[in-house]
Write a protein that binds this ligand. Structure first.
Ligand SMILES: [Fe+2]
Length: 296
């Protein structure tokens, strides 16, 4: 028993990929997008902690799902942009008809985020840093920069989107949902790894930059937005997963207004503490941006 859990966490569970399937209702979804499928991968963490086999397995599983589009919500690498080129090579396995779209995570700022973005473009990942793109008529994807290491600007991310469009909003850190919570949009996030190691009464613990946030994995409803926090593929800090399997999520989009079916205990409405925490992070990002402008 004493040895079994560490063995499970180190050698077994990181490879036990979980494919989760969800139906999402978006009121503004164009009829042509009815039943469209969206695969969501996050926190691949290519580098010394996560074995390439774990990443390859997730990519192969995603390919087998034959999604129309693939969304990647950051932490592509663990610490250095040079790990992005081999990852881009692995991602060339994926050729969804509407492309691969991404936003940056805090680990993607470990060295050069620009070189990382350029390397991933070779794997056809189109990175959205505070901007949006129309992936098919009437359906947009917006990506906001990381809330810890980048310069998030939700207003800029949403600026190109016309009124009445359906939108998938990418934010590495779940607190980014406060940038789009006045819209009935699907927001996708990672960052938490679902806690990665879950020991009842001890963990999971929230990662940095999320103090006060109400939950760590699964569905949440924030005003009008539906947020899904994916447990991610790779690992951060330690090469262990316990009671928290890696995940690839597949969403089927439907036109309508129903909220997602919650996993028990994981769905809560945002409370004031979480909003205050996000406000603090946004204020820090604003100050950093002003400092940059002054430096120019
Ligand atoms: Fe991560």
């Amino acid at each position: 028993m004493g040895i079994a859990l560490p063995v499970q966490a180190r050698f077994l569970e990181p490879y036990l990929l979980d494919i989760t399937r969800h139906t999402v209702f978006l009121p503004d979804l164009p009829p042509e997008c009815e039943a469209m499928t969206v695969a969501h991968l996050t926190d691949l963490h290519r580098g010394p902690i996560t074995p390439d086999e774990v990443i390859r397995q997730a990519i192969a599983a995603t390919k087998a799902l034959q999604p129309d589009v693939v969304m990647l919500t950051g932490d592509f690498v663990h610490s250095h942009h040079r790990d992005a080129a081999p990852l881009a090579e692995m991602l060339t396995e994926l050729r969804p008809r509407l492309g691969l779209w991404g936003c940056l995570g805090n680990h993607d700022y470990g060295s050069s985020s620009q070189k990382l973005t350029a390397a991933l473009a070779e794997g056809r990942v189109r990175m959205l840093r505070n901007t949006a793109a129309e992936i098919t008529p009437g359906l947009w994807v917006a990506g906001v920069d990381d809330y810890q290491r980048g310069h998030p600007d939700p207003e800029a991310a949403m600026a190109p989107i016309p009124k009445g469009a359906a939108v998938i909003y990418l934010t590495h850190n779940p607190i980014g949902v406060f940038g789009c919570d006045r819209h009935a949009w699907l927001a996708l996030a990672g960052h938490t790894h679902g806690g990665q190691i879950r020991i009842p009464g001890v963990t999971p613990r929230f990662p940095p930059g999320m103090k006060g946030f109400p939950y760590i994995a699964g569905w949440g409803v924030f005003d009008r937005a539906r947020l899904y926090i994916n447990r991610g593929v790779g690992m951060g800090m330690v090469p262990l997963r316990l009671n928290c399997r890696p995940e690839v999520a597949l969403f089927t989009l439907r036109r309508g207004d129903a909220l997602p079916v919650p996993a028990p205990g994981l769905v809560v409405r945002a409370f004031h503490g979480a909003r205050r925490a996000a406000g603090k992070v946004r204020a820090t990002a604003r100050r950093a941006k002003q400092a940059l402008r002054r430096a120019d």
